[in-house]
Ligand binder design. Sequence first.
Ligand code: THU
Length: 160
Amino acid sequence: MKKFTINTNINIYESEQELELADQKLMEEATASVKKSYSPYSGFRVGASVLLDNGKILSGANQENASFPLCLCAEMVVLSTVSSEYPDAKILKMAITIKSMKQVVEVPISPCGACRQTILEFENRQKKTIRIFLKGEVGAVYEVESIKALLPLSFDGSVL
Ligand code: THU
């Protein structure tokens, strides 16, 4: 039996103000997008923004449904918008943040597994990694160079 270890590199910024100005702006857009969340069931309002290689910033927020499996994550919403509006553009960066109606979340929130897999599809499709910034309502920001940092041993289309 052999073992191997997978390491993940995460950059930690104590607060949003430590980010480069352009990255602060992207996070501010994600924060503004939280207001477009429709989340009466969870009270968990998520905003996600992307910076494209054409300079555009697009944003999305989670959209819930009384039939819970139909809920759309913020990441899915903004990624669908990219595909529909700018199918040839590459995503350079993504910022994700939240506001919970139940508590002040002080830890960076991480995309769910389905969103990680979907972001990976975009990375593979555009042949370029996406730098991702994660933040709670307040507090530290985590930065990863690629979704692969959050999705080790990922499944992709190379074996299909
Ligand atoms: N949610 C997102 O929008 N993104 C994630 O990565 C995790 C979860 C939303 C889905 C649902 O509306 C609420 O957060 C609670 O799960």
